[in-house]
Design a protein around this ligand. Structure first.
Ligand code: TYM
Length: 332
């Protein structure tokens, strides 16, 4: 049998996940899990680059796993695990640090944004974040990394670091490719469609959280910014607000953009925004219910994580051991 390609992705644990995370990442994963050998991590080591409340971090780690499962990721097919349960991530990160330049890290857009937002805590981890992400990806000899467009730079730097290492020694890491959704790789804020929808947005009314109830979802969509004119047409340049809503509608209903436009031909913005809100709420409600049901079964969730950590460690340690050999670490 032909060997399947390897897919790797991760999300930081938080209670503030948005439909951007759902559309840009998890939804894509559920579609791809039948075609690849998949690893899905819960990136708690990335999460601590900004200050966390320990009890919350513990809780969101489990609720993240419950969310993966509630969205239909199958633990029989995919390895799901917590990043800190596989020490190889920190170990490879250290080695890769010595193949990464400070200047490269200082230029990362997300580092600059986060430094501005957390000026009181520009810690080394925040700057090193992309190297840890490179370690995540490279440990599994990953072929594809499905992410939203905001992670593009991080996947690029992972490729650069891998190539650099391979050139100095000999081929050790597979060079990964980012994989973006055709529709939905960047979902924008409802109140400011020039910005990505972000869990850390200042105004929560522009953001649909996965935990929002139906009334909240509908209320936020009703207030969403549309554009001048009255036509409901996909044109991200001239009509960024309407185009963002059409994208969300299309992803949540499974319709193409053209079909979405046809649904609203001759209709007004009011009807349109209500329909988008209902489409989103109808999909979120069952996910929320299933997530809550799973969260009540802690022993099941821990079983999934235990087996995930074992399977992930096996693969990760193989790569780490190759790396240690190549760089001349004495092995017993
Ligand atoms: P994170 O947790 O910020 O986001 C998780 C995923 O959601 C995508 N995303 C979006 N997609 C479309 N529109 C949006 N508005 C939107 N907002 C977020 C992100 O692109 C991402 O795919 N560093 C990563 C986690 C990570 C990782 C990795 C990813 C750690 N190691 C290895 C891939 C491979 C992060 O913080 O994503």
């Amino acid at each position: 049998m032909e060997e399947r390609k390897i897919l790797y992705s991760a999300i930081q644990p938080t209670n503030n996940l948005t439909i951007g995370n759902l559309i840009g990442a998890i939804k894509n994963w559920t579609n791809l899990q039948n075609d690849y050998d998949c690893y899905f991590a819960i990136a708690n080591m990335h999460a601590i680059t900004v200050r966390q409340v320990p009890a919350d971090l513990r809780q969101t780690t489990l609720s993240m796993l419950a969310l993966y499962l509630a969205c239909g990721i199958d633990p029989e097919k995919c390895v799901m695990y917590v990043q800190s349960h596989v020490p190889a991530h920190a170990e490879l990160c250290w080695v890769l640090n010595t193949f990464t330049y400070v200047g490269e890290m200082e230029r990362m857009t997300q580092f600059k944004d986060k430094s501005a937002r957390h000026a009181e805590n520009i810690n080394m981890g925040l700057m090193d974040y992309p190297v840890l992400m490179a370690a995540d990806i490279l440990l599994y000899q990953t072929d594809v990394v499905p992410v939203g467009l905001d992670q593009r730079q991080h996947v690029e730097i992972s490729r650069d670091i891998a190539q650099r290492f391979n050139n100095i020694y000999s081929p050790t890491f597979k060079i990964p490719e980012a994989l973006y959704m055709k529709v939905g790789a960047k979902i924008n804020d409802l109140l400011d469609p020039s910005k990505k929808m972000s869990k850390s947005a200042e105004n929560p009314n522009g953001v649909i959280y996965l935990s929002d109830d139906k009334d909240t979802v509908i209320r936020k969509f009703k207030r969403a910014v549309t554009d001048s004119g009255s036509e409901i047409k996909y044109d991200p340049e001239a009509k960024p607000g309407v185009s963002n809503l059409l994208t969300i509608y299309s992803v949540f209903t499974g319709k193409t953009i053209a079909e979405a436009e046809a649904d609203f031909a001759g209709k007004g913005y009011g009807d349109f925004k209500l329909a988008v809100g209902e489409a989103v709420a109808d999909k979120l409600t069952p996910i929320q219910k299933e997530q809550a049901r799973l969260l009540a079964d802690k022993s099941y969730l821990e079983g999934v994580l235990r087996s995930g950590a074992e399977r992930a460690s096996r693969t990760a340690n193989r790569t780490l051991s190759k790396v240690y050999k190549k760089i001349g670490f004495y092995q017993l």
